[in-house]
Design a protein around this ligand. Structure first.
Ligand SMILES: N[C@@H](CCC(=O)N[C@@H](CS)C(=O)NCC(=O)O)C(=O)O
Length: 217
């Protein structure tokens, strides 16, 4: 799919409060890049707890990344931001279909991204990348999720529609980077082919690889 026609472009770059290792931030920056919407990063130092500072809490009382500023709009939560960007800047309505069933199929996977993906692969990765004690439970949860996705992708190229949607973007980074958390993708050829299809989209940008040993088997 080529860069989507935009409903309109913002008059100024969208500000993304960001961290280079965050998969939640990545899905927002990836979508902006695929849409061709200009954005600028404001890096937030999680190690220095800048996300709990009064200034940041004024933007997001939950004290989490990402947050965007688009003119006067301040918006937190990665999946809410994807919905906003699709509704505002994708005139064709392909990234978030407008019909009831199409939109619901996308929402189903946004819920998985905020649920099983966040609690499985993302938790496993955060432990190794940030040097915290690793636990087997999120790795087992990741394997259960990937097995399910593997069979889902046996009959379709993308998660929620015959073409890529924001569901694929929300699910991408913590799946692609699961080996950094000790979860191998080797048993899931359909899943790896789906990752490659996303990586082939014009305007794709990746999440930085972390310098940790990766699971390969
Ligand atoms: N539901 C939120 C979760 C975001 C999230 O967990 N962000 C992490 C960075 S990847 C964060 O800010 N963690 C710091 C904290 O929770 O204190 C979203 O989708 O934006």
């Amino acid at each position: 799919m080529s860069n989507t026609a935009t409903a309109h472009s913002p008059l100024h770059a969208i500000r993304v409060h960001s961290h280079p290792l965050s998969g939640h931030v990545h899905r927002v920056e990836l979508f902006l890049s695929l849409l061709g919407v200009p954005f600028e990063r404001v890096n937030v130092d999680l190690a220095k707890a800048e996300h709990k500072s009064p200034g940041f809490l004024a933007l997001n009382p939950f004290g989490q990344l990402p947050v965007i500023e688009d003119g006067d709009l301040v918006l937190a939560d990665s999946n809410a931001i994807l919905v906003y960007l699709a509704t505002t800047y994708d005139a064709a309505g392909r990234w978030l279909p407008r019909d009831a069933v199409g939109a619901a199929k996308v929402q189903r996977w946004l819920s998985v991204a905020a649920g099983q993906l966040a609690h499985g692969p993302a938790v496993a990765r955060v432990a190794t990348v940030f040097g915290r004690p690793a636990d087997q439970a999120p790795r087992d949860a990741a394997a259960r999720l990937f097995k399910l996705i593997e069979s889902h992708l046996a009959t379709q190229a993308f998660l929620a529609a015959p073409h890529p949607t924001i569901a694929d973007l929300a699910m991408y980074a913590y799946t692609a980077h699961a080996p950094e958390g000790g979860v191998s993708l080797a048993p899931y050829p359909q899943l790896r082919a789906w990752l490659a299809r996303i990586e082939a989209l014009p305007g794709f940008i990746g999440l930085a690889r972390s310098p940790v040993p990766e699971a390969t088997a």
